[in-house]
Design a protein. Structure first.
Length: 110
């Protein structure tokens, strides 16, 4: 059964991005609808998958990472949106975010 997970790594400080708010939205009828909000734990992961089971279906999604409050005064980035498409609802989609106060990168992980 498919699922969606995420992981935030603070590359500037060499540690997991703990306590970061993450919002998951799905494109429905031309509008982004909030599906779930979560916060990363001490390991930089959410405690449970963001989507799984019947909720995990094909479509366009956006993960919005709230980095502004995490990096506070030293940060340049505030909200980092990552848009992606799920085409295989039976697969595991993992979307890590590697970030610093000044930049980020992401990819489809495993």
């Amino acid at each position: 059964m498919g699922k969606l997970t995420t992981h935030v790594l603070d590359t500037a400080n060499g540690r997991p991005g703990a306590g970061i708010a993450v919002d998951l939205s799905m494109l429905q009828g031309g509008e982004w609808k909030l599906v779930k909000s979560a916060r990363t734990n001490a390991e930089g992961r959410t405690d449970a998958p963001l989507l799984e089971g019947d909720q995990f279906r094909a479509g366009a999604y956006e993960l919005a990472f709230h980095l502004g409050s995490y990096f506070r005064a030293e940060g340049f980035l505030d909200l980092v949106p990552v848009r992606f498409v799920i085409t295989e609802p039976a697969a595991h989609y993992h979307v890590p975010l590697l970030c610093s106060p000044w930049g980020y990168t992401t990819y489809r992980g495993s």
